[in-house]
Design a protein around this ligand. Structure first.
Ligand SMILES: [Mg+2]
Length: 251
């Protein structure tokens, strides 16, 4: 796992910045540190001010698992694009067809089992096009997962994927983060892309990367990650943004 701050990483960053790339970032755990209460998450001032300056030079996108409405006020800068719901919610494309109805059966079950889910420490976040079942604050993570399994048992087939103390469910066939980034690069006519993310749903981007994309994962805790380079923590992101800025200004 190569750290972005090695010689190859610097060379790759210089090469992609020459392409006038689209710069895309995940939100939680990447732009915003993971916090105990997800509702407290926001982009630190040092990060948002670097991004504000970068966005004057290059197209910047935030591609997040959160809904667009949720993430927008947490950014402190105005990216050109915000795509929510793990790639499925692109406001410029309109709502994905029947994405929300596919989850209605699960919504009904959640309502019926509200007490049991609460006892397991599961917090439900309905983001219209996807539902997140958080168990970060569950007293017993194993029991919470059994409870989630039981909830989803026998429902319509849905796309399920994990994350940091969360199980996400959404309709089958919706765009993922990799699809979303490819669409933005095409729409923008950008020569390349940089993407930084930290979680399971970001692997869709890492796997899809073309030779003109530079992909970076925050955290070296997943040996199977397909990211090209790694950072050790979100605290290193400011340095990356500042380096991008000086390369963007120079080119
Ligand atoms: Mg994340």
């Amino acid at each position: 796992m190569r750290h972005l701050f090695c010689t190859e990483g610097e060379d790759a960053l210089q090469a992609v910045m020459r392409l006038k790339p689209l710069l895309a970032f995940d939100f939680d755990g990447t732009l915003a540190p993971i916090v105990e209460r997800p509702d407290d998450a926001h982009v630190p001032e040092a990060v948002s001010s670097s991004l504000m300056r970068l966005s004057e030079l290059l197209p910047v996108a935030v591609i997040t698992g959160r809904s667009v409405a949720d993430v927008k006020p947490r950014l402190g800068f105005h990216p050109r694009y915000i795509v929510g719901n793990h790639g499925a919610e692109d406001p410029t494309l309109g709502p994905p067809s029947s994405a929300s109805q596919a989850l209605d059966a699960i919504r009904q079950r959640i309502e019926l089992r509200a007490d049991g889910l609460g006892r397991c420490g599961i917090e439900v976040e309905d983001k219209q096009f996807s539902i997140a079942l958080h168990y970060r604050r569950a007293p017993d993570a194993g029991a919470a997962l059994v409870c989630i399994e039981d909830l989803l048992q026998g429902t319509e087939p849905v796309k399920r994927f994990g994350g940091k103390f969360v199980v996400n469910v959404m309709a089958v066939g919706l765009p993922d983060k990799g699809d979303a980034l490819a669409t933005l690069v095409r729409r923008e006519g950008a020569g390349g892309a940089v993407f930084v993310g930290d979680d399971v749903n970001d692997e869709a981007v890492f796997m899809r990367a073309t030779p003109h994309w530079l992909t970076v994962r925050v955290g070296r805790d997943d040996p199977l990650s397909r990211a090209m380079f790694f950072l050790d923590s979100d605290k290193e992101l400011v340095q990356v943004l500042e380096r991008m800025l000086s390369l963007a200004v120079a080119s």
